[in-house]
Design a protein around this ligand. Sequence first.
Ligand code: B12
Ligand code: SF4
Length: 593
Amino acid sequence: MQRKIKHILFLEPKSSHLHVYSDAYIPRIGSLVLATIMRQLGYGVRVMLEEVEKIDTDEFSEADLICISSLTTTSPGSYQYADFIRNVYPDKIIVMGGTHPTFVPDEALLHCDFVVRGEGEDALVELVQCLESGYDFRHIDNLSWSENGENCHNPERPKTDDLDVLPIPDFTLVPSGKMDIMSIQTQRGCPWDCSFCTVTKLNGHKLRGHSVERVLDMLETYSKNPDFVYLFFADDIFNVPVERTMAILQGMIDRRLILPWAAQMRHEISKQPALLKKMREAGCDRVMIGFEAVDEAALELYGKKETAQDVERSIDAIHGHGIDIHAMFIAGADSDRAETIEYQFEFAKRKNLATSQCMVLTYLPGSEDTIRYDLQGGEYLSKDWGHYDGHHANHPHPHMTRYELVNTVMKGMQSMYAPRRILSKFASAGVNLLKMNKREATRQMRNAFLRLNGYSIINRWFKEHEDYLHDLRAENVSLAPDRYQRVLLAVSNVDVSRVLKNFLDEMDIRVEIFSEEHLSVLRDSDLVVMAGEMVDEMKTRVQNLHIFPVHDKNTRMDRTLTQLGILFTENMETIKEAIATIQMQQKALATEG
Ligand code: B12
Ligand code: SF4
């Protein structure tokens, strides 16, 4: 294949659903660094980021090669654009890269000509050169492609050790006035290995960094751009190695490169007071920390190598230096219950975290969790990648229904951004203004606006997801909930039947024990709660029967009861209270017995 390539388009589609960062665009650097390299090599380049500009598909006609960067959540959009290009401009070459195509190259190849797995800088240059010269591209490491119906995957290439060989990503490639946050990556890789994360699978454990001088040069270049008002260090863990971070911060102070900034860190920061002090001096106003949990069992399962005490200690240390925290939590570890998740939110409020997010545990392609789950033959309830954004549940949980999990998480998020918690920040800003403490007033005002934005996003999320939540409630039964007027209990195990009856009574739901007479008078508004083995037989006897299947082997049925209760109310509190009451009854019975 020999092709003339003059113009390259870099395209970054956005997520299909609203997510916590929907209103605050923080750039990823991949497309920008690749575009900068290709431009230096003399190609015409255009970078289109869908989060910051409307994609004008007419512009696709000008490109010879189209490079699409994709995360898992943005893959539906990426594939749609790729399919559109294939249909409308069949002569264009499409290359995909980024985290998602890296881990599922066979899937991506259904939509594009080439996939570059992992780091893309060298592989893309080699590919373009081969395409132009007509040389064989089949030897390029990290490259995947399709040939005669077979997908070929070349070996992985060694990772770039010295990042200084890469150019400074040129943000002027994005139309001016579109972005106000500059994102800068000073190093790649992470020494830890959390079970849900794909970073080490993509970038390795070894930290590979730019030299301190080079980081400062990047900052100097960017700080001349009047668009930028905030800096985000896109390193996965900015506080290690500590000496290097200290040197960068000292350099920022010495060269007066002081902008407000945020960075991602780990809890070990609580043991680095000198670093915290220096961070504040160098303009840090926010730290983003993936605490993930405050429940020891969950922390263990996530392989976080931290304890709840570490979490608490680091919050106190960071707050002690006047720095705010955006805390990142996860819910849905196998050990989690609704109570552990609710406790997480209470904790976040008690510790006065400025902002926080809680994501539903999601098995992303490439993570350790996913590899293990796939080996075990685990079940996926959705493979709609647009739902892999931490706001949806895509696999079953051992103790919670999907509705319970998602609802508990999103209601918890809503409570974090409740109006009174927003007003308290505005009030605090006002008080500090009166005290002439301008710095503190500005800080509180910023947090008030961030919370206001959180409030707006979460409420929009609930509106956007009405149907999704409705479907989760109706899971396991093949019809819409909210319509049953009578429940018929067809469970032969007396103990199980009694638990179900007591529960439904507690919930004020009309319930009758099923008998043969009911068969002739079954109505559309009846729900038959039935033990699993009888279901098939009953379905053959009565058409369109609405059946809720249960196991009749044990009487500890929190999950079943929750699922059943969800069909009648969205209010989890009502369901929990009913379960608690019947549990007390069961205990009393057991004691009597
Ligand atoms: C900055 C960042 C964010 C920012 C901005 C994200 C954005 N604009 O999309 C914020 C904080 C908003 C964010 C949010 C989220 N993020 Co984020 N984020 C990052 C982070 C830390 C850095 C991204 C970056 O700039 N990397 C540096 C560049 C150089 O690397 P790169 O993008 O991978 O690009 C290289 C290669 O992949 C390849 N490449 C990339 N694209 C292309 C295209 C072509 C054609 C080619 C040839 C090569 C190529 O070449 C590049 C250079 O080597 C990464 C972790 C990481 N270390 O990458 C996570 C990461 C991308 N985020 C992740 C996730 C899960 C999310 C969220 C869904 C959940 C969350 N964490 O809150 C949200 C949703 C974001 C969304 N857009 O929908 C995951 C993605 C996993 C996946 N399978 O999709 C990552 C990998 C972290 C992780 N824990 O696993 N994120
Ligand atoms: S979650 Fe953070 S600490 Fe854990 S492996 Fe990923 S980047 Fe490293």
